[in-house]
Design a protein around this ligand. Structure first.
Ligand SMILES: [Zn+2]
Ligand SMILES: [Zn+2]
Length: 746
């Protein structure tokens, strides 16, 4: 290979331009595409990634690279290609993509390996030396004696712990030249103190056998294979298929990435994988947001060096620097948390499919409630569809009962939190010593503080939403905003009209917890939501206590809806199924169907069949009815017709442009100007909305306007929108963001 004379780089700052630098002779042997380098930029230095090597460059005033950061190239050519695709598709600068692609700790290269001091065993033991020492320095003699007995190197910390001697004594021995100390890099392993007992393959039922074969066929001929959508009802044993497919990939000398939603990345999930591959030390790496910077550094290098062959992680693990990837699995592919809500606003499932194509490997998307997009891809032949219609061990699907809250309200005059039927069912479970999960997708105690005289609610001063009342001591009986974190004291009188007429309205998980505790004083009730789980290990602890039967009733938000498997849970109560249905979002029906099916799936995972109570004011809404009958096909058909009628995904791509500013007038004017420019530059195949106030008009002190664009050719649309935005000078305090395939329409 010729030594490169120049390189083209993208620096880590938002300058939206690639730059050329010359390569000093001393670095020429080691620089390659994907290397990280330090370069002079203006009058400072900046970190950058090498995008291309060049024989010549027309750039003026070219300067040399200052240094190479790290030895081997950090970003593989296929990951670089993926970055370019993301930049074009998501209408997002390449440097922003690179920021997501490389963890900060790797990008900045500030943290290195943790070092530990290691004591070497002594080659020959001189008893005379020990005796001589014993008179002058008895503690040193004692330690030397201990070292004399060593058979293999030992960490200094462990030696001192075992001998109850101190560091000073150890240093003194080293100074006398009697022992040898060495520094060694060690890995920070977040699972170091856990034991994993090897687990064997489970026996598969005929449906699972067929599904596994489909995946292993794709592994054998990745060039010809399509993405596989694994549609398996809750409890149908998808994880076992993943595990056996990964084994197959490893046997072929390939590696695997498993994406799971952050919330499902529980100790239980990690244990599943670590146990199955327990005989291979270090083979499983775990990437999630709770890793320390040091741990993240070590896991990344374990993957990059090829020691780890299986990566399990949340969204960003789709960028894991694995080599020879054979299989990418996206579990719970319908999960909206795969979508990143800041630039680059990518969807990890879609990125996974593209990465699989670039890496020439198999990709499996699994779900009990596939997204409309993926299922549509499967029915139109773009993906292969594999269905698991049976629960393992022939367990029954739970029975779903709909409770009409309108009737309950008529009976009781007020809207009850727990209907009579649901209360009876809970009492019945407590008697039988079975467990209950109660689900409500809303935190807090009361969702708003209203004035019964003038009707004013207490709103957040920064956002256009009502403040939520929390009773829990951690927020000390205050009102708080769930969007920006603003808190306020509860006023004694209405600040608007001065009357002492404030009432609490609506309810959240806190209120459910306290109501249930009052109704069933003997039961142990716990709550699991973002408020009660602020301590790092609170989540693990609550799950463990629930699993071991120390908790009778668990109340919670989404946190308890996902992938958890508790054999003794025979009752699930959905306190209010309508919460998602009334959002101004074309996916509202899809979300409700998915949520009901997923939450219901927590019931009856053991021997006893499960029962689900769905409380709702809209018992005949299609999402609720289809979920009730476990009728995915029926739900899919009617939802698809609605989307086609309205030109929504999967028929057209959507792009949401948000223009925001602290100044309402300037935000509005900029949004309207942008719409005019887009009308000029976009061909008529794209439909463009007017600039309208966002449903959430004000967020964190900024006024927000939306422009919705729809069309088929998304790459072309992204390019045209980027060009239009680049030519439109926005006032300094106005920001325009582009979200391709948006999930958050508020
Ligand atoms: Zn008032
Ligand atoms: Zn707020």
């Amino acid at each position: 290979m010729m030594k490169p004379a120049y390189v083209r780089v993208i620096i880590d700052r938002g300058i939206r331009r690639e730059l050329d630098y010359s390569v000093p002779d001393t670095l020429a042997d080691r620089i390659a595409i994907g290397s990280r380098v330090r370069v002079p930029f203006r009058d400072k230095s900046a970190l950058a990634t090498v995008l291309a090597t060049l024989d010549q460059s027309d750039a003026k005033g070219i300067r040399p690279i200052e240094a190479l950061v790290g030895e081997a190239p950090t970003v593989s050519p296929s990951l670089l290609e993926l970055a370019h695709w993301m930049s074009a598709y998501y209408c997002c600068p390449l440097e922003a993509v690179m920021r997501s692609l490389l963890p900060q700790v790797i990008r900045r290269a500030e943290i290195s390996w943790k070092k530990q001091l290691v004591v070497q065993p002594l080659a020959k033991i001189d008893n005379g030396e020990i005796e001589k020492l014993r008179r002058r320095a008895p503690r040193q003699a004692e330690l030397l004696e201990a070292i004399a007995k060593l058979e293999k190197p030992i960490s200094a910390a462990q030696l001192l712990r075992e001998s109850s001697l101190d560091n000073q004594t150890l240093r003194a021995l080293a100074k006398r030249g009697l022992i040898e100390l060495r520094e060694e890099a060690i890995e920070r392993d977040p699972h170091a103190d856990e034991q994993f007992i090897a687990s064997a393959n489970l026996e598969l039922n005929p449906e699972q056998v067929a599904a596994l074969k489909k995946v292993t066929d794709a592994l054998a001929t990745p060039d010809r294979a399509k993405p596989i959508l694994l549609h398996g009802v809750t409890g149908s044993g998808k994880t076992e298929i993943y595990l056996q497919a990964i084994r197959n990939a490893l046997d072929r000398g390939r590696s695997a990435i498993v994406l799971v939603p952050e919330i499902s990345l529980t100790p239980q999930t990690v244990e599943h994988f670590k146990s199955r591959f327990a005989e291979m030390h270090e083979v499983v790496a775990v990437l999630h947001s709770h890793l320390s910077q040091g741990e993240r550094h070590d896991e990344w290098h374990k993957i990059h060096s090829g020691r780890a062959r299986i990566v399990i992680g949340a969204r960003s693990a789709v960028f894991a620097p694995l080599k020879d990837i054979g299989l990418i699995i996206v579990d719970e592919e319908h999960e909206t948390t795969y979508k990143q809500e800041e630039a680059p606003r990518y969807h990890a499932r879609d990125v996974a499919v593209v990465r699989a194509k670039l890496e020439k490997c198999a990709v499996v998307l699994g779900s009990a409630t596939p997204s409309l997009e993926s299922y549509h891809n499967a029915t139109t032949g773009k993906y292969d569809l594999v269905a698991l219609t049976q629960r393992v061990d022939e367990r029954q699907m739970p029975v779903m009962r709909i409770v009409d809250l309108r009737q309950e309200r008529r009976k009781a005059k007020i809207a009850p939190i727990l209907s009579e039927k649901l209360s009876q069912a809970i009492a019945n479970r407590l008697e039988k010593r079975e467990q209950t999960i109660l689900f409500l997708n809303r935190r807090g105690f009361s969702t708003s503080l209203l004035c019964s005289n003038c009707g004013q609610a207490r709103n957040c001063p920064n956002c256009s939403v009502a403040l939520t009342f929390h009773r829990h001591p951690s927020v000390a009986g205050r009102l708080s905003c769930h969007l920006c974190g603003h808190t306020a004291a509860v006023p004694k009188k209405c600040p608007e009209c001065g009357k002492d007429a404030l009432i609490y309205a609506g309810f959240g998980t806190e209120k459910v917890e306290s109501t249930v505790s009052q109704l069933f004083p003997k039961a142990t009730v716990r709550r699991m939501d973002a408020d009660s789980m602020t301590r790092k290990d609170a989540y693990r602890e609550t799950l463990r206590n629930f699993r071991t039967g120390k908790i009778d009733i668990l109340v919670g938000t989404q946190m308890i809806a996902k992938g958890l498997d508790f054999p003794n849970v025979t009752l699930v109560g959905i306190i209010n199924a309508d919460l998602a249905l009334h959002l101004p979002d074309f996916r509202a029906g899809e979300r409700t169907f998915q949520l009901l099916t997923q939450v219901a799936g927590r019931a009856g995972r053991g021997e006893t069949p499960g029962e689900v109570f769905v409380q709702t004011y809209t018992p005949f809404s299609p999402s609720i009815q289809f979920a009730r009958h476990h009728d995915f096909a029926g739900y899919f058909q009617q939802e698809l017709e609605f989307r086609e009628r309205c030109d929504f995904p999967p028929f057209k791509h959507a792009m949401l442009i948000t223009v925001r500013s602290e100044h309402e007038g300037r935000a509005k004017l900029s949004a309207e100007t942008l719409v005019r420019r887009l009308r000029e530059s976009l061909p008529t195949e794209f439909t463009l909305s007017d600039a309208t106030p966002a449903p959430l008009e004000k967020l964190q002190g900024q006024f927000r306007f939306h422009i919705l664009v729809r069309g088929q050719a998304i790459m072309r649309l992204s390019r045209l929108v980027r060009e239009t935005l680049e030519k439109l000078p926005l006032p300094e305090d106005v920001i325009a963001t582009v979200d391709v395939d948006p999930y958050q329409l508020l």
